[in-house]
Design a protein around this ligand. Sequence first.
Ligand code: ATP
Ligand code: MG
Length: 381
Amino acid sequence: MRKLILVKYASEIFLKGLNKRKFERKLLENIKEALQEIQYQFIMDQNRLFIASDSIEEVIDKVKKVFGISSIALVTEVEAELDAIKEKALKEAKESKAKTFKINTKRANKTFPITSMDLSREVGAYILENSEDLQVDVHNPECLINIEIREKSYIYSRSINAVGGMPYKTNGKTMLMLSGGIDSPVAGYMMARRGVEVSSVYFHSHPYTSERAKEKVKQLCEELTNYTGSMELFVVPFTEIQIEIINKCREDELTIIMRRIMMRIACEMAKKYEIQSVTTGESMGQVASQTMEGLVVSNAVADRPVFRPLIGNDKEDIMDIARKIGTYDISILPYEDCCTIFVPKHPKTKPRLEAISKSEEALDINRLVQEAINNTELIKF
Ligand code: ATP
Ligand code: MG
């Protein structure tokens, strides 16, 4: 039997005034994209969207990951007929295991012979007569039973939380610096959840980092597409650059110089693909390179805004989000990333910009950056 859900938009979409249409249109497009392999039917009504399908579980699983949707209500469809409505409402009330309930009726179909108020009253009375410990509470019910009368009638009380946020691709683009770690996929998710289209760049130091480390990053992209629908991954060859740095720079400056070159490349790639910003998974103070001084010195080479959505989060918070969005188990796979191989014993925690710029004169940075970009591989998910 076909079942239905009612999709509830995040309230922020309604604050958009004239832009609301644009956001809504994009949201519908994104839902369609998420459901492209499933049979379903949209039922639109003013500001609301019902989806009917024989495979409602699959629909729910996809739709709850579409940004811009705050929750999904499980809806039962019955004939617009009093007895059928009473029975279903009673069943909802009993199954909720609540002690108190309220009936909320909307009558879109004015040919239905009973007014909303009267229908609420009749159904409420029926539930009271046919249950033992259920009470009405109009102010603060544990179970709110919604009844909507249309061609058919729709009854719902239970809802499932969805991801919320703003519809994907309604708010510009960012180039995510995606390592195989726990933080950067979460940072990408946070940006995507605000409607920002995310492309990823990964610096790969073959053979110092194995093919499996790259596979892990690919898996992370794949996981993020559960929310974004698609993603581009740029794999930048980074070995030559690291070897150059090791040969020509001071050991305690390796990390900061490496991070500045990554940042330069991420910005160049962003420019090349008309992406306005860069995003990293950095969090204040988390590791030696993420001090205020370290962030300032690596930021100094950026030619566009660099977002660090995790800057104020504790590692524990970040791990919780990673578990919730499904990237954690991939991130903890034990394959080294390029930074763990080249870590100096005593990295500078308070680098100074002039000193680092001076040290970088030993490198032909423009050539290194251009060559890395020319040899970049693009993988589409
Ligand atoms: P993560 O858990 O995201 O790997 P981290 O705590 O290991 O972060 P760092 O290694 O200092 O921190 O990296 C800081 C940020 O730099 C990462 O969050 C990521 O955005 C970027 N980054 C680091 N290594 C790479 C890489 N090999 N390719 C792409 N981006 C990287
Ligand atoms: Mg890392």
